[in-house]
Design a protein around this ligand. Structure first.
Ligand SMILES: NC(=O)c1ccc[n+]([C@@H]2O[C@H](COP(=O)([O-])OP(=O)(O)OC[C@H]3O[C@@H](n4cnc5c(N)ncnc54)[C@H](OP(=O)(O)O)[C@@H]3O)[C@@H](O)[C@H]2O)c1
Length: 319
């Protein structure tokens, strides 16, 4: 559902999987659906999201509409007992996220937020290495995601009604890294500042999370300037650098401080395509095993993420 930029990349990546088939596409416009279906050899093209519910032989729906439509599209599928892989951010707020998860539970249907970062081999290696004590005790998680975009009132990124702004679009990545490594921060220990566009969405948001044991997360998201798009995991005995773009990195630098000596090791984790096919394989496995939620992106994680994004928005005054 949704024939935008990410749907195209996802469709291209599905071609890498021998046992995946794009069976139907749905767009708000029949013309766009037809065009997409023709390009990707899809047998069924629907001119509305609702009409795709008539397609009886679907295994799972990938929701790739703007944030503001994730709730409606996902609820539509779930009420028709169709499993869903829903793009990030899962919903506009935690209230919607709760309702979606409740509906999946109620209908007994699989539902997962498309957090593809957790299926990227380089990211998985970094998380495992830190978890195994490779950098001693983790102290700081630092990540940025930024690029310069001229203000475009036609783009969903600058459109408040569609849930535009840097935080929900790309700031979600530094937030999810902090949550995965350090846990959900207490809202009282979240600090955040932002600047806003003429269209009243955040073009820059910077946040810190402080944890009781003095651990810290720092995140920076912006569509007003190019940033390195790197992540650093800093510990008492070493560090991990996730090279750009860190959220789907193919290169890591592992550094260990051994007395006065600094030992650096470069590791490569190449993959084919855009990197979305790995989350697609995971969804296939979950469905095959009859799961309702993913063990890698469980519902509780999605809820914590949505609640943390809400808390940051409250600090910066983005309602
Ligand atoms: N995982 C990732 O790496 C990644 C990357 C980029 C984006 N995303 C997420 O995926 C979602 C879509 O992003 P995108 O970059 O693909 O967006 P996009 O290029 O703007 O496309 C969004 C699509 O949604 C549909 N749509 C329905 N109502 C719309 C409206 N009122 N205004 C604009 N579009 C509308 C349109 O397709 P039809 O009308 O043809 O259905 C449009 O092509 C977002 O939630 C975003 O956060 C994820």
């Amino acid at each position: 559902m949704g024939m935008g930029k990410i749907a195209r990349k996802f469709a291209e990546d599905l071609r890498l999987l021998p046992n995946a088939r794009l069976h139907a596409v749905a767009s708000a416009s029949q013309e766009r659906a037809n065009k997409f279906a023709e390009e990707f050899g899809v047998p069924h093209a629907y001119g509305s999201y609702e009409s795709m519910m008539d397609c009886r032989d679907l295994d799972v729906v990938y929701v790739a509409t703007p944030h503001s439509l994730h709730f409606t599209c996902t609820m539509l599928c779930l009420s028709n007992k169709l499993p869903v892989l829903c793009e990030k951010p899962f919903a506009l707020n935690a209230h919607e996220a709760h309702k979606m998860i409740e509906a999946a539970g109620h209908h007994g249907v699989f539902l997962m937020e498309a957090l593809w970062t957790f299926f990227i081999p380089g990211v998985q290696r970094a998380l495992e290495y830190v978890g195994a004590g490779g950098i001693g005790h983790l102290h700081t998680v630092k990540a940025d995601f930024g690029f310069k975009l001229p203000l475009d009132r036609d783009s969903r990124l600058f459109n408040k009604t569609l849930g535009g702004g840097a935080l929900l679009d790309i700031g979600i990545y530094p937030v999810l890294l902090a949550l995965r490594l350090l846990g959900k921060p207490d809202p009282a220990h979240i600090q955040a500042v932002a600047t806003f566009t003429e269209t009243d969405v955040d073009d820059t948001t910077i946040f810190t999370f402080q944890y009781p044991d003095k651990k810290i997360a720092l995140g920076h998201a912006t569509v007003a300037a190019h940033t390195p798009v790197e992540a650093w995991l800093l510990g008492t005995e070493g560090s991990v650098r996730l090279h750009p773009r860190w959220h789907h990195t193919q290169i890591l630098t592992l550094t260990r401080y051994e007395g006065k000596e600094i030992v650096e090791q470069l590791e490569h984790y190449p993959y084919q395509g855009w990197g979305y096919w790995m989350e697609a394989i995971h969804v296939q496995e979950c469905l095959r095993d009859g799961l309702q939620e993913s063990p890698i992106v469980p519902w509780q994680f999605t809820l914590s993420l949505a609640e943390t994004l809400d808390a940051i928005r409250e600090k910066i005054g983005y309602t």
